[in-house]
Write a protein that binds this ligand. Sequence first.
Ligand SMILES: CCCCCCCCCC(=O)SCCNC(=O)CCNC(=O)[C@H](O)C(C)(C)COP(=O)(O)OP(=O)(O)OC[C@H]1O[C@@H](n2cnc3c(N)ncnc32)[C@H](O)[C@@H]1OP(=O)(O)O
Length: 135
Amino acid sequence: MGLRLRVDGDVVRGEVTFDRRQQGAPGIAHGGAVTTVLDDAVASLLVVLETPAVTANIHVDFRAPTLLHHPMTVEARATGRDGRKLHLTARLLDERATVVAEAQALFLAVDLEHFAKGGEALPEAWSGWGANAPG
Ligand SMILES: CCCCCCCCCC(=O)SCCNC(=O)CCNC(=O)[C@H](O)C(C)(C)COP(=O)(O)OP(=O)(O)OC[C@H]1O[C@@H](n2cnc3c(N)ncnc32)[C@H](O)[C@@H]1OP(=O)(O)O
């Protein structure tokens, strides 16, 4: 789907075009693929927030069909923090700036050791990530 995300101040923005590999109904992206994009967008906010965290839950409202082969934009922002709980939101918009899907996600801040459970080496760039994050 060629998702590209970038940090723009305290917002994450990106572009994505779904194709047949993400098809659900004919010509329309599967909701799981749409959710993946929204989850990835909010997860990228963790760079802005300087906080390692994981998705605890994500709620998605599908407002309109997400059409294949149409360029979409995604934007994500943080809406609040309560201790370890990060409240994040993201929207997917079509070329006419119509919101086709939006998500509210709860992320839980974790220690970097959480990611070591996967048994893979963590990226070098992650060392020190979250060292100053409030608990
Ligand atoms: C840019 C770099 C990106 C790096 C990667 C980022 C990750 C990308 C996004 C992902 O896809 S993450 C993968 C999918 N998510 C997971 O695999 C998470 C799996 N779940 C867990 O590991 C644990 O359940 C979790 C760390 C989320 C919570 O376990 P904890 O033992 O740390 O929390 P705990 O049970 O003590 O609960 C702490 C608080 O959170 C609340 N809570 C926990 N899970 C919740 C939940 N699912 N829904 C609502 N509230 C939840 C819980 O009620 C409680 O609230 P209170 O403090 O008010 O009592």
